[in-house]
Ligand binder design. Structure first.
Ligand code: FAD
Length: 318
């Protein structure tokens, strides 16, 4: 079922979460264990992230290096199919531009369609660690907007091969990312909003936000979206902080701020067990206020570790 249908049918705030494919060489059981731990809260959908190929340098005997391409977390499409098959819960694969030609994208979408997957989160993807800024694949999509256009074309029966006539029409519900605190590459929030508006005009039917720790910024983002004519559901992304290290890592990787009150509390903790509890309490307060504001869904970034999400859901969905 489409995410938009879940939201339209809902009587209150829904629950969803994101998982990462296991590292190469690990079994899918870690995914099942994570999902099993959250089933009691009746997730409406489960997002599965996509991880592009990276390059590592391997030293040769003579001291020179081989540049080796490796995908550390393969399996997004297969995991989505497995989730739908095992749990009958909608799985939302993330589809990125980075590393994909348009032909690769078309074939990935055909796979998803054949597997009965109705939803896709269309993303650009980040720059490789070795690049200063995002470089699209030759003959690939340069940003999420172009990717959405490609998906919407297939939803109208338009494939890359212009000679295909009467091609099968797909019916994907497409989601897009939104950044309450601005995307790292954007010169300002106004510019980000302009492109978000274009993504929605192109067919994005819902927005999932980057994680944030201060609801005020989320509410301001929603207001700005509405003022700019963006009227699709906006789903807040919740990340329970769990380690001291995340005080540096999360702002660095996700371009977000941690409020002073929260960082002070985390810094005062004697160990990560205490940090985890602070993170849970903080997220519970965030979630209660967001539910009161009637957000359509609370979407949790579990990063494969569900114990904090379980503790939060036990409090807010009881
Ligand atoms: P876009 O919408 O393309 O925007 C990227 C930047 O370019 C923005 O600054 C925007 O303002 C600007 N921009 C957009 N269009 C144009 C244009 N035409 N001209 C000039 N500038 C433009 N990454 C992964 O690799 N895998 C994942 O599974 C994944 N999941 C995510 C899930 C969520 C909910 C979120 C919020 C992010 C996720 N990311 C993931 C990270 C995401 O790929 C990065 O944040 C990426 O840098 C931007 O993706 P986007 O889809 O927002 O890009």
């Amino acid at each position: 079922m489409k995410i938009i249908e879940h939201i339209n049918k809902a009587k209150g705030t829904l629950f969803s979460f994101e998982i990462l494919p296991p590292l190469k060489g690990e079994s899918i059981n870690s995914i099942y264990n994570a999902i099993d731990g959250l089933l009691e809260f009746n997730p409406s959908f489960i997002d599965v992230t996509y991880h592009r190929q990276e390059y590592i340098l391997k030293k040769r005997k003579d001291g020179s290096f081989d540049r080796i391409a490796t995908k550390k977390r393969p399996g997004t499409v297969a995991i989505c199919a497995a989730i739908q098959n095992k749990y009958n819960i909608d799985a939302v694969p993330h589809l990125i531009c980075g590393g994909f030609t348009k032909e690769d994208t078309e074939n990935a979408l055909i796979d998803l369609h054949f597997l009965g997957i109705d939803n896709v989160l269309a993303l650009r993807g980040d720059a490789l660690r070795t690049e200063r800024s995002f470089v699209p694949e030759e003959a690939g999509n340069s940003n999420a907007l172009e990717l959405i256009h490609q998906i919407e074309n297939m939803n109208s029966g338009i494939y890359l091969d212009e000679e295909l006539s009467n091609a099968h029409v797909t019916d994907f519900c497409v989601g897009s990312a939104g950044y309450p605190e601005k995307h790292a590459d954007a010169p300002n929030k106004h510019s980000d909003m302009k492109f978000l508006k274009r993504k929605v005009a192109a067919g994005a039917e819902f927005i999932i936000t980057q994680m944030f720790f201060d609801n005020k910024g989320f509410f301001e983002f929603v207001d700005a979206c509405r003022e700019n004519g963006i009227n699709v559901p906006i789903i807040p992304g919740i990340k329970p902080i769990a380690t001291k290290k995340q005080l540096q890592v999360l702002p660095n990787v996700f371009n977000i701020e941690i409020p002073v009150e929260l960082s002070n509390k985390v810094e005062a903790c004697a160990n990560n067990g205490e940090v985890r509890q602070i993170g849970i309490d903080w997220a519970i307060n965030q979630c209660k206020e967001l539910i009161e504001a009637k957000v359509p869904v609370l979407h949790f970034y579990t990063m494969g570790k569900v114990s904090s999400t379980k503790a939060i859901c036990s409090e807010i969905f009881k």
